[in-house]
Design a protein around this ligand. Structure first.
Ligand code: GAL
Length: 273
């Protein structure tokens, strides 16, 4: 009976069932059942259907794991730059043929070339022409130095006769005062071209302005003759009998007390008057 079904003892039973409302035939708790069984009210009428439990929101589909970015292909190791071919060693420049030693130029005047007329004092003469003969020239020790006892006056002359050594780069003739080099005469072969002759003064340790004009009248292995002639205002300088340059006095010439000739030549003769 329905009333029977609603008495106190059966209050918790499902209609038409001997099982308690909150139990299923397997004895499981009601909340684990689905669907929820219909319940009856106190009057035996079915209670309004319980609001069905909202359908479970479906679990969002799993975002697929992004495909792995492929590992970049390894950059190939650049091919080794080939080692440049060795520059071939330049062929050796043949050593220049030695300049033949110039045959002695006979000095003008018919003296056979054994004694330069420039070295003869005026009035000297040679009554008999002398047959040319191989010259044996003296070689004075270098460096050469000689005092000028009373200083230099206008009219003073210095004559130097020598031969340039084969490997000479420079040679030097200095007229020297107590304050320094009154005249530094410096032929230089190492300059491009034929070379040049530097003239200068060095006073109290300081070089002045160089004079470099005039060209280069000297040659390796060649004999030369240099004449320094003092005037009131300058030295006139001749080479091999030809005027070469002048050098204005920077130091009073009377203060010049000696001269010196450096190495790299063969010095044959020096004459001062
Ligand atoms: C210098 C040189 C010195 C002298 C001077 C003349 O360069 O070292 O020996 O020649 O020039 O100005």
């Amino acid at each position: 009976m329905l009333t029977e079904a609603l008495d106190d003892d059966d209050d918790d039973k499902i209609a038409g069932s001997s099982a308690p409302v909150n139990q299923n035939p397997f004895g499981l708790p009601a909340q684990s059942m689905s669907p929820i069984p219909q319940r009856l009210g106190p009057e035996g009428y079915p209670l309004p259907a319980t609001t069905p439990f909202p359908a479970a929101t479906p679990f969002p589909a799993a975002t697929p794991y992004p495909a792995a970015t492929p590992y970049p292909a390894a950059t190939p190791y650049p091919a080794a730059t080939p080692y440049p071919a060795a520059t071939p060693y330049p062929a050796a420049t043949p050593y220049p043929a030695a300049t033949p030693y110039p045959s002695a130029t006979p000095f003008p005047g018919g003296f056979g070339g054994i004694f330069p007329p420039a070295l003869m004092t005026s009035g000297m003469s040679c009554p008999f022409p002398v047959a040319p003969s191989p010259q044996v020239l003296p070689a004075l020790p270098l460096p050469f130095s000689k005092p000028i006892p009373n200083g230099i006056r206008p009219g003073w002359r210095l004559l130097i006769n020598g031969t340039v050594n084969p490997n000479c780069e420079r040679f030097v003739i200095n007229l020297i005062a107590t304050s320094g080099k009154a005249l530094h005469f410096n032929p230089r072969f190492e300059h491009p071209g034929p070379g040049l002759v530097v003239r200068n003064s060095c006073v109290n340790g300081s070089w002045g302005c160089e004079e470099r004009d005039g060209g280069m009248p000297f040659l390796h292995l060649q004999r030369f003759e240099i004449l320094f002639l003092c005037t009131d205002t300058e030295f006139k300088i001749a080479v091999n009998g030809l005027h070469f340059v002048v050098y204005k006095h920077r130091v009073p010439p009377q203060l010049i007390n000696h001269f010196e000739i450096d190495e790299n030549i063969t010095l044959h003769h020096v004459h001062m008057e």
